[in-house]
Write a new protein. Structure first.
Ligand code: C2E
Ligand code: CA
Ligand code: CA
Length: 656
């Protein structure tokens, strides 16, 4: 530690010299110590503080301040201070050109007493006050001009000497290096911190990406509407389970459940109702499937799949529970609907030992279940294989339509009272090029699912109209009923297409009857009513098909321009053995008559049923007992040769 310099003794020059030397040594020691202290410090604030305190000791100043030029270069800030009043000034910032500092910055030279003589008279006036009591040396870094060290007021009075100036300049050289080091360190730290932050941000982004990925994966594996696994996930699980079953020698069951009449619900009640129905089906299937430890998935549209470790009996039991659950009434946009589904079952390894053959078999069984109305069917290679390949089928449909592979057959409707032919129902047949015959339920279903049902229906109407015209020309005036899905009737193209088909016959009685299923009671009633009224004005008749299977309201029927209803064949076929079915047929006939509607019974397979229907007052019958659907020329022969016997049969039935 140094003491204030003692006053020199003019009487003793030798001792004065010695004293000066001693002082010099002291100063150099202090300078070394100081340089060492600040040279090893890397924290910038500490460096500034050290500079201030050591400089003050070095030049015996009452106050030392360290003004530093800010990074943006517009201002300088007193970064540290030591001694009197230092605390008040530290932290303060001033414009770059302000005060003595401004002068030093500008000239990159120290300010001290002697500087005054170099100034212009004007500047001298301005700074004179400061001279002597102020010393300010610049801090010149390696790269940049950093700021300065200012000493204010010499301890014990007096002025700063040239020696003070040199000492402070020497010190400032060391200090600048220390500052630059610390600044570099600070920069590095800032960069590191930034890198750390970048890394953290990267981590956060990564997390978000993972979440997005998960969501994507979820979307790619789950169906967003029902939240069930989708086709991809299901097929993956099936693949794994097949591999496992192969190893363990166990069996698996694949179930395909397809909702009935889903497209019609969608078309008549709207897509929201369709979505609600799918959600309800998913919920209702979940319980029974989970209980059996199986996997339920939504495959597409209205098709669900189940994977179970079960045999035929076990799988059938689950399918039954699923169907029972599903059959509870469902409210859709104000309408009560009973949802039903057909379930096809295929077993591993009996009905296929890989994914695609298992799906093919289950699909075939499901279609057979739909076609036969059995609801559930376990695949049977002999019955279901071959023609029931829906996938190949779908591709062939368009070609069949283009190549004219479809034919219409005609099944007579007989008036029970007279035995006369009242009309015929046109039923489509498809003999494929390869000789196989595809059941109508199947290709109609496929046509509906591929969107080809509209062109197909126009084809059927056109074909029927041509047949009717041909018969008319030959003097036979007979109604032809054509099956038309409600979705097609409601389509905007229907009226223009029909007007093209009916041509000159429009406006009068066209002799065409549209057979529409009873889902006509669902949906926008006013709209349907309006469309049917337009069609009636066109000269079309209407028949409500499959009556009793859906949700009917005979009261509503009265307000529609409908002339007849057809009691579904499922009731007719069983009416002699089943009292409930008989009651349904009986009450339907009575109610319809009260409303002025004619009743057709379809599926009349034998004389006993015909007799029973005649007793109940049924108007018309249709069924194998009278005739199957026949090609036009065969129907003509049937009428020519069997006309009387039909009439006779009818009469005996009516009497018997
Ligand atoms: P559907 O409209 O209910 O037609 C009556 C079905 O009952 C016909 O089956 C007919 O052959 C059958 N059938 C007639 N008499 C009897 C009988 O005594 N006993 C039994 N068990 N069945 C009898 P098909 O021809 O196999 O047609 C099945 C379904 O395919 C039809 O049911 C109809 O929904 C649809 N379909 C057939 N042709 C067309 C068509 O041209 N257009 C549309 N949209 N659907 C059609
Ligand atoms: Ca029909
Ligand atoms: Ca029917």
């Amino acid at each position: 530690m140094s003491e204030p310099p003692r006053p020199t003794d003019p009487e003793h020059p030798e001792s004065e010299l010695r004293e000066a030397l001693r002082q010099r040594e002291q100063e150099l020691a202090l300078l070394r110590e100081t340089s060492l202290a600040i040279g090893t410090e890397l924290d910038l604030d500490t460096v500034f503080k050290l500079i201030a305190s050591h400089a003050r000791r070095l030049i015996h100043a009452r106050t030392v301040l360290v003004p530093v030029i800010n990074r943006d270069g517009n201002e300088y800030t007193y970064r540290a201070g030591d001694g009197e009043n230092a605390e008040e000034i530290v932290g303060e910032s001033l414009p770059l050109d302000f005060g003595v500092c401004g002068w030093v910055w500008k000239h990159k030279r120290p300010w001290w007493r002697a500087t005054l003589s170099e100034l212009s008279p004007q500047e001298r006036n301005l700074w004179e006050r400061e001279a002597g009591t102020l010393i300010l040396v610049p801090l010149m870094g390696h790269k940049d001009f950093l700021g300065g060290i200012a000493g204010i007021n010499k301890e014990g009075g007096g002025e700063f000497t040239e020696n003070d100036l040199h000492l402070l300049e020497l010190f400032a050289g060391q200090a600048a290096i220390a500052i630059e080091n610390a600044m570099a360190m600070e920069d590095t730290e800032r960069a590191l911190r930034a890198a750390g932050e970048a890394q953290a941000e990267l981590k956060r982004m990564n997390k978000r990406l993972c979440a997005a990925n998960e969501a994507l994966e979820y979307l790619s594996l789950y169906d967003p509407l029902t939240n069930l696994p989708n086709r991809s996930l299901f097929r993956e699980r099936l693949r794994e389970d097949i591999a496992q079953a192969k190893r363990k020698g166990t069996s698996l069951a694949l179930l395909i459940a397809d909702l009935d009449r889903f497209l019609e619900i969608n078309d008549t009640l709207g897509h929201d109702a369709g979505d609600s129905m799918l959600k309800a089906a998913a919920e209702r299937f979940t319980g029974p499937v989970e209980k059996a430890g199986g996997l339920l998935a939504r495959m597409s549209g209205d098709e669900f799949a189940v994977l179970l470790e079960a045999d035929a009996a076990g799988a059938t039991a689950v399918a039954e529970r699923m169907r029972r659950k599903l059959a509870q009434p469902l409210r859709l946009t104000g309408h009560e609907v009973i949802a039903t589904a057909a379930v096809g079952i295929a077993l591993y390894p009996a009905h296929g030992d890989d994914i695609s053959s298992l799906f093919k078999s289950a699909d075939a069984a499901m279609l057979a279940a739909k076609q036969t109305g059995s609801g559930i069917r376990v695949f049977d290679a002999q019955r279901d294989a071959g023609a029931l390949d829906r996938f190949a089928l779908t591709q062939d449909l368009r070609k069949a339509l283009d190549d004219g592979e479809f034919r219409l057959h005609y099944q007579p409707k007989i008036e029970l009272a007279t035995g006369a032919i009242d009309g015929v129902e046109a039923l489509a047949r498809w003999h494929r090029g390869n000789g196989t015959m595809v059941p109508p339920d199947m290709f109609i279903c496929a046509l509906e699912q591929t969107g080809l049902i509209a062109p197909f229906t126009y084809w059927a109407l056109e074909r029927a109209m041509r047949q009717r015209t041909d018969w008319l020309r030959r003097g036979w005036d007979i109604h032809i009923a054509v099956n038309v899905p409600l979705s097609v009737v409601l389509d905007a193209h229907f009226l223009p297409e029909l007007s093209r088909i009916v041509g000159p016959h429009r406006g009068s009685n066209t002799g065409l009857v549209l057979e529409i299923t009873e889902n006509i009671f669902l949906g926008d009633y006013d709209r349907i009513n309006g469309i049917l009224a337009d069609l009636r004005d066109f000269g079309m008749g209407f028949s409500i098909d499959d009556f009793g299977t859906g949700h009917s309201s005979l009261a509503r029927l009265r307000q529609l321009p409908v002339g007849e209803i057809k009691v579904d064949r499922s009731f007719v076929v069983a009416m002699l053995d089943n009292a409930d079915d008989e009651a349904i047929v009986r009450s339907t006939i009575d109610l319809a008559h009260n409303l002025g509607l004619k009743v057709v019974a379809e599926g009349v397979e034998n004389a006993d049923i015909m007799v029973a229907l005649a007793r109940l007052g049924c108007d018309l019958v249709q069924g194998y007992h009278i005739s199957r659907a026949l090609p036009a020329d065969e129907l003509e022969k049937f009428v020519a040769h069997a006309g009387w016997s039909v009439r006779a049969a009818a009469r005996t039935s009516a009497e018997g």
